[in-house]
Design a protein around this ligand. Structure first.
Ligand code: DHB
Length: 396
C-alpha cells in the first residue's frame, strides 16, 4: 500500500514518540513505526533521572501531568567511597537546579497514551523495515504491518530514532559517518524491587568489589545496580546473592539496606559511542541511533529528548523551505552529546573497578572522589553536568 506523510519516524522509544508529539503540536503529520509491541515498549526498564531541562521540555509540550504528580525531585546525590558517604548538594552548587526521578518507562507510557488520544499514527510490531532515497527530497519508508500488509510511505524527511541496533544508521552509505567507540570491561546487573528505598537520594558507591548504585522509583519501589562482568550469567545471581553483595558495597556502620521482592532483573552492557554527522540528506538520526553513553549519570534519555527538541523546529523550518536549522541540527546536538559523553565516561571510570587493574587505579579514583567531595569547584562541575545543560524549549 502506498501512502504519504510529512515525517516518517523509525522507532517508538522516547525520541521517536516525543518527536511525533512535538511535530503534531506544529501541525506536522508523521507515521511512527516500531518493531516491538506496545506492551514490550511500556514494560522495558531503563534509567529514571530527568534533568530540569527535560522536565521543562515535557511540561511545555503538555506531557507532564503525571510526571508533576509522581516525579520525585532530588536536590543532590551521595558519593560513597573510603567507608564514607558524602552528599553533593546540587541546589546549593548550581543556584537551585535539581533532577526528577521518574522512570523512562513512565515517560514512554505517557507519550504513547497522548499520541493515541490525539489520533497519532503509531504502528507497533512491524517487520522488514527499510529506508531509501535518503539523498532525495522524497525519502521512502517501507515496512510490513502486524496484519502482514506491506507499506511504502513517501515522506519529506525521515527521523531515525531506532536505537543503536536500528536500520537507519546502517542505511547511510559507507564513508559518510565518522564514529568513535569505547567498550567498558564491565556491565550493570539492575534490579527493581518492592521495597521502600533505604536512602533519600541516590547513592553512587565506589567499592573494591566494584561499583553499586542505589536508585529508586517511588516511596515503595527501589532500583539498584551492581557492577558485574560483561558476560555475566544472570542465573548465577539469585536474589539472595544480589542483596548480600549490595549490602557489602553500600555497607556503613549504623545503616541498613532494606530488602524486598525482586520484580525485574537484567544485565546492561556499557558502551560509549558517537557517530557524526547526525544527518544524511533527509535522514536525521536522534537518540541512541546516533550516540550511546554508559548509564552512570543517567544521560541517555536526556540526550534523546534534547535531540528531538532541536529536530522538531528544524524539520518544521525545512518543510517550510528554510534549510538553515536542519543544516545546523547535527552540530547543535553534538555539542551536548560530547559533553554528556565525557561526563558519563568520567563518572564511569571514576567509580568502576577495571578487572585486573592494579592498585594505582584505585588510588587515582579515590583521590578524584575525595577532591569532588571536598572542593566546591570540583563538586560544582559534577553538579552542573549531572543536572544538565539548558535544553531548547519545545516552542524554540
Ligand atoms: C538510574 C540509572 C542511572 O544510570 C543513574 O545514573 C541513576 C539512576 C535509575 O535507573 O534510576
Amino acid at each position: 500500500m502506498r501512502t504519504r506523510t510529512q515525517v516518517g519516524i523509525v522507532g517508538g522509544g522516547p525520541a521517536g514518540l516525543l518527536l511525533s508529539h512535538l511535530l503534531a503540536l506544529r501541525g506536522i503529520d508523521s507515521v511512527l513505526i516500531e518493531v516491538r509491541s506496545r506492551e514490550y515498549c511500556e514494560a522495558r526498564q531503563r534509567a529514571g533521572v530527568l534533568e530540569d531541562g527535560s522536565v521543562a521540555l515535557l511540561r511545555d509540550a503538555g506531557l507532564a501531568d503525571r510526571l508533576d504528580r509522581q516525579g520525585l525531585i532530588h536536590g543532590g546525590i551521595y558519593l560513597q567511597f573510603d567507608g564514607q558517604r558524602r552528599h553533593i548538594d546540587f541546589r546549593d552548587l548550581t543556584g537551585g537546579r535539581t533532577v526528577t526521578v521518574y522512570a523512562q518507562t513512565e515517560v514512554v507510557k505517557d507519550l504513547i497514551a497522548r499520541r493515541l488520544a490525539d489520533g497519532g499514527a503509531l504502528k507497533f510490531s512491524v517487520t522488514d523495515t527499510s529506508v531509501a532515497d535518503l539523498d532525495t527530497d522524497r525519502p521512502v519508508l517501507r515496512y510490513t504491518d502486524e496484519a502482514g500488509t506491506r507499506h511504502e510511505v513517501t515522506c519529506d524527511a525521515i527521523a531515525g530514532c531506532d536505537g543503536f541496533h536500528g536500520v537507519c544508521r546502517p542505511s547511510i552509505p559507507p564513508g559518510v559517518l565518522a564514529t568513535w567507540e569505547r567498550d567498558y570491561p564491565y556491565a550493570w546487573l539492575g534490579i527493581l524491587a518492592d521495597v521502600p528505598p533505604s536512602t533519600d537520594e541516590l547513592i553512587y558507591a565506589h567499592h573494591q568489589n566494584g561499583f553499586a548504585l542505589h536508585s529508586l522509583r517511588s516511596p515503595t519501589v527501589s532500583r539498584l545496580y551492581l557492577q558485574v562482568r560483561p558476560d555475566e550469567d544472570i542465573a548465577e545471581w539469585p536474589d539472595e546473592r544480589i542483596w548480600a553483595e549490595l549490602a557489602v558495597r553500600f555497607g556503613l556502620p549504623g545503616w541498613t539496606l532494606q530488602t524486598g521482592a525482586v520484580t525485574d532483573k537484567a544485565v546492561t552492557p556499557m558502551r560509549s559511542f558517537v557517530s557524526a554527522p547526525m544527518r544524511f540528506g533527509r535522514l536525521f538520526l536522534a537518540g541512541d541511533a546516533a550516540h550511546i553513553v554508559p548509564p552512570t549519570g543517567a544521560k541517555g534519555l536526556n540526550l534523546a529528548l534534547a535531540d528531538v527538541a532541536v529536530l522538531a523546529p528544524a524539520l518544521d523550518a525545512l518543510l517550510h523551505g528554510d534549510q538553515t536549522p536542519a543544516a545546523d541540527y547535527s552540530a547543535t546536538c553534538l555539542q551536548r552529546v560530547w559533553r554528556s559523553t565525557h561526563f558519563s565516561w568520567w563518572m564511569t571510570t571514576m567509580l568502576h573497578r577495571t578487572p585486573g587493574a592494579d592498585e594505582m587505579e584505585m588510588q587515582l579514583q579515590l583521590s578524584q572522589l575525595r577532591y569532588v567531595a571536598s572542593s566546591r569547584a570540583a563538586a560544582t562541575s559534577l553538579a552542573e553536568n549531572y543536572t544538565g545543560l539548558p535544553v531548547p524549549r519545545a516552542d524554540g
